[in-house]
Design a binder for this molecule. Structure first.
Ligand code: GLU
Length: 447
């Protein structure tokens, strides 16, 4: 069988065994396309069912999460934790609370997490979890009751050396607090290494909140410099207005860029004079309001419920909202409007067609596995601090993050070159992330 046939047969089998999970198929298809090149050079990576094992989670948990709302009515949600691969370290990855969550979404995220975590160079495996619970419009007590119920089941399956969840969409510091409190109560011990993204007074790390956004901009800056450009003076579109987008915008502007647009699921805001990050943070993190409030309160900003943020003229685009938010048409518009660099702050925000357009148009593109790895990398730094009962300064932690992001850029860039795909960072990131995990799996036998 040729390599092409071999890889197609893996993929067809995967489609059959995981029916109705299009995001998972999409994530696997992209990685398999990169792996063909590896298998041609190093066929031993197909030995011992390695690829089939890599695509099959080690364990998948689905559980009922019942809770009582403020009207005394019982609500039932579904909880998930997919423990995908622990060859490099304990499962590591966030929890997403969003109505769109289902098993396929968690599997795609968990699969991506394997390669992302491997790329950080730190000893963490890949996992992901969450629930179809919608935190929007819920009272604080409802969120607390939900988190407590969720953790009542999850606590049996996680631990410092086993599986270390954190936040993702819909799960921030507040939710991690409620989850940690319930874990501590059920476990009967203060096991700080069981979750990351904790509050600073009880085992959290400085820079963790900012890390995904900062990391994305550090990596973008490396990519821009490698192609003779610089963040300073650049016009940047940042989609989203959650934790990743807010700190990506802050860091980009600190480096001299102007962030000309941000968004949420209700629309987008054009901010030609830059984003007032403190105001955006207040609206989103404290007041938990929609993005139109920003336009009402900030000078020179306009809200748009229609159209797309990707129609703005810019140099750089940082999709920081959610999966498949940027399609082929958007990518063509970006190219026509002069965008030369795209880096994914979210997980898989660009569709396969968009990535194809970036390739055709010569847009330099950093995939999420590399560009948003700063969050989980800083989670691993939080785990290091917990293990040594230490807490590091902001400057030191930020320096570590910066070094990790620079190294990720060098690794994916060098790997792409090694395989004859100079500048193809998708292939470089997939192959580099794969090889480390695959080497560990091969060394550890068929398990
Ligand atoms: N949810 C983040 C991600 O997609 C962070 C995970 C973590 O810190 O464990 O990588």
């Amino acid at each position: 069988m040729s390599i092409d046939e071999q890889v197609s047969s893996y993929y067809n089998m995967l489609l059959k065994r995981n029916a109705g999970e299009p995001e998972f198929h999409q994530a696997v298809a992209e990685v398999l396309a990169s792996l063909k090149i590896v298998l041609e050079k190093d066929p031993h990576y197909a030995d011992y069912g390695l690829i089939q094992r890599l695509c099959e989670p080690e364990r998948q948990l689905i559980f009922r999460v019942p809770w009582i709302d403020d009207n005394g009515v019982v609500q039932v949600n579904r909880g998930f934790r997919v423990q995908f691969n622990s060859a490099l370290g304990p499962y590591k990855g966030g929890l997403r609370f969003h109505p769109s969550v289902n098993l396929g979404i968690i599997k795609f995220l968990g699969f991506e997490q394997i390669f992302k975590n491997s790329l950080t160079g730190l000893p963490i495996g890949g996992g992901k979890g969450g629930s179809d619970f919608d935190p929007k419009g819920k009272s604080e007590l409802e969120v607390m009751r939900f988190c407590q119920s969720f953790m009542t089941e999850l606590h049996n399956h996680i631990g410092e050396y086993k599986d270390v969840p954190a936040g993702d969409i819909g799960v921030g510091g507040r939710e991690v607090g409620f989850l940690f409190g319930q874990y501590r109560r059920l476990a009967g011990q203060h096991e700080s290494g069981v979750l990351t993204g904790k509050g600073l007074a009880w085992g959290g790390s400085l820079v963790r909140t900012e890390a995904t956004g900062y990391g994305c901009v550090y990596l973008t800056q490396e990519m821009m410099r490698a192609h003779g450009a610089d963040m300073s003076g650049a016009k940047v579109i940042v989609s989203g207005s959650g934790n990743v987008a807010i700190y990506a915008a802050q860091k980009a502007q600190e480096l001299g860029a102007t962030v000309i647009g941000v968004s949420d699921s209700s629309g987008w805001v054009h901010t030609p004079n830059g984003v007032d990050v403190e105001l955006l943070r207040d609206i989103k993190e404290n007041r938990r309001e929609r993005i139109n409030c920003y336009a009402e309160e900030a000078d020179g900003a306009t809200f748009h419920a229609d159209g797309t943020i990707w129609s703005l003229e810019a140099d750089v685009a940082l999709p920081c909202a959610t999966q498949n938010e940027l399609n082929g048409d958007h990518a063509r518009t970006l190219a026509d409007n002069g965008v030369r660099f795209v880096a994914e702050g979210a997980n898989m925000p660009s569709t396969p067609e968009a990535i194809e357009v970036f390739r055709e148009k010569g847009i330099h593109f950093a995939p999420g596995k590399a560009a948003n790895a700063g969050g989980v990398a800083t989670s691993a730094l939080e785990m290091q601090q917990n293990a040594s009962r230490d807490s590091w300064s902001f400057e030191y932690t930020d320096q570590r993050l910066h070094k990790i992001m620079s190294k990720i850029f060098r690794t994916m860039s060098r790997t792409a070159e090694e395989y004859g795909r100079e500048g193809d960072y998708v292939t470089g990131a997939n192959i580099a992330g794969f090889k480390k995990t695959a080497d560990a799996m091969l060394a550890q036998g068929v398990i």
